[in-house]
Structures are given as structure tokens and as C-alpha cells.
Design a protein around this ligand. Structure first.
Ligand code: HEM
Length: 246
């Protein structure tokens, strides 16, 4: 007699596996908190550069020898451990990457924010959000354009009327003797101040540094930093235009 084996019921179709992304850093970069963290960290790096740059620029008040010596030091930091302009190039690549990551994250976050918003904000919330968004978005674009102009002015010397390599003092004086160049710098520095004030506060929230007990101190620090940097940068072109530095 033939033995019949009972037929097993076909296994139920498995639900599709959630897509595994390739690596932890990529997952982090794709997440909203990851992009915000990238913005905060790259922003902090650029802020550090700006503090050193602003303090260095103030050496212009000590005359051409001091200022040109500082500009030369900027190009040769790290010597003799590092060769010639190696540090300068490491800094340029680092800052360039920081700017690219900062801008790309900002763009992607704002696209994500637009898609995720189901309904319009009520009137006063919308007004507050759009003020901050405008300051950051248009201020950021102004700063990006300014950086290109600034590099053509003082680094490649393409737009500089004096344009002598190694003569940073005379290059700066010749640029700021033109009133509209000074106006470009002042507008850019005001955008920078507003960007830093709001950006510092946003970064503190992203990194979780803020607490109700610290919020006032953090906001005061953001404002103080923004005002000092803006004033420290603006004082140079204004002093040249006023004939205090010539
Ligand atoms: C009134 C304000 C400023 C003055 C007088 C000034 C002056 C200068 C000078 C003289 C140099 C060339 C140094 C040299 O290599 O000889 C320079 C380079 C540079 N500045 Fe400024 N700067 C000002 C504001 C800013 C601001 C606000 C930013 C950024 C938002 C900035 C970013 C840079 C960068 C990235 C370099 C290039 C460093 C390099 O790769 O050689 N500067 N600046």
C-alpha cells in the first residue's frame, strides 16, 4: 500500500524586508538630525576661522610691516614642521568642504521641511519662521557670493586694483579706498552677523546644549559673538575710507 505524505501548506509570503542602507555614516547623513549636526559642526569650524581672521585683520592698525608679516604667517603656518604652504592648503580644503557640506545640508533640509509641512502655519508662527528662514537663506546666498568676490579681491588678486602679491596691507587699502567696495563689505558683514546670531542658537539646539536655565545665556552669547565679529570686520574698511589707515 502506497504511503501518502500529507502536503504541507505553502508558507505565507514573507513581508518585504525593510531596505538596509549601506553604512552608519550614510544613514546618519540621510537623517534630519544628521544633516542638522553636519550644519552645526561645519558652522562651528567656519566660526573658529572667522574669529582668528577678524583678530588678525585688526593688525592693520599696527601698520604695513605688522600686517604683511601676519599675512605671510597665514601662508606659512606650521613651518618648518610642514613644508611651505601645506597648512594653508589643508585649511583651504577643510574650509571648502565645510562650506559645501553646510550649503548642501541647508538646501536639503529646507526641501524636506517644505514637503513635510501639511498645513500652513497660523499667521504669527509663519511670520516668525519666515523671518528666520529669510535671514538664513538670503543671508547665506549673500555670504557665498561675498566669499567668491573676497577671494578674487585678496587671494587671487584678480579684482584688486593694487594686486601685488605679499603686499597685503596696500592691497587692502587700495580696495577699501573705493566707497562701493566698502559698501559691499559692510552689507556682507551685516549678513554675517545675523547669520551667526541665528545659526549659533540653532546649533545649540541641535547639539542639545540648550536648557531652559541656559537659554538666556546662550542667546546673549550668540548676540555678543555676532556683534563683536561684525564690528571687528567692519572697522577695517571704515577706517580706510575715513583715512585712519592709509
Ligand atoms: C573687512 C573684512 C575682511 C578683511 C579686511 C579681510 C582680509 C583678507 C585678506 C587680506 C586676505 C588674504 C590674506 C593673504 O593670503 O594675504 C583674506 C583671505 C581670506 N578671507 Fe578675508 N577679510 C575680511 C572678511 C572675511 C570674511 C567675512 C570671510 C568669510 C566669510 C573671509 C574669508 C576669507 C578667506 C576664506 C580667505 C582665504 C584664505 C586663503 O585661502 O588664502 N574674510 N582676507
Amino acid at each position: 500500500m502506497a504511503v501518502t505524505t500529507p502536503t504541507r501548506p505553502a508558507p505565507a509570503a514573507r513581508p518585504p524586508r525593510p531596505k538596509r542602507s549601506s553604512s552608519a555614516p550614510l544613514n546618519f547623513w540621510r537623517s534630519t538630525i544628521g544633516k542638522k549636526t553636519v550644519m552645526a559642526v561645519t558652522g562651528a569650524l567656519m566660526l573658529l576661522f572667522l574669529i582668528v581672521h577678524m583678530l588678525g585683520n585688526l593688525k592693520i592698525f599696527f601698520g604695513p610691516t605688522d600686517f604683511d608679516h601676519y599675512a605671510h604667517w597665514l601662508r606659512t603656518i606650521g613651518e618648518p614642521v610642514l613644508h611651505g604652504a601645506w597648512f594653508l592648503w589643508i585649511m583651504r580644503v577643510g574650509l571648502g568642504l565645510a562650506v559645501i557640506l553646510h550649503v548642501v545640508s541647508a538646501y536639503q533640509l529646507s526641501r524636506r521641511d517644505l514637503k513635510a509641512r501639511p498645513t500652513k502655519y497660523v499667521h504669527h508662527q509663519r511670520a516668525r519662521a519666515s523671518y528666520a528662514t529669510h535671514i538664513m537663506r538670503y543671508g547665506g546666498i549673500t555670504l557665498a557670493l561675498f566669499i567668491v568676490y573676497h577671494l578674487l579681491d585678496f587671494t587671487t588678486l584678480t579684482l584688486n586694483r593694487h594686486g601685488v602679491e605679499g603686499a597685503a596691507y596696500d592691497n587692502v587699502v587700495s580696495s577699501f579706498s573705493v566707497w562701493w567696495v566698502t559698501v559691499i563689505y559692510i552689507v556682507a558683514m551685516l549678513s554675517l552677523g545675523l547669520h551667526i546670531q541665528h545659526g549659533f542658537w540653532s546649533a545649540a539646539q541641535t547639539l542639545g546644549v540648550n536648557r531652559p536655565s541656559r537659554d538666556r545665556a546662550l542667546k546673549a552669547t550668540a548676540t555678543t559673538l555676532a556683534v563683536l565679529l561684525t564690528a571687528g570686520f567692519i572697522v577695517v574698511p571704515v577706517a580706510v575710507l575715513a583715512g585712519l589707515v592709509d
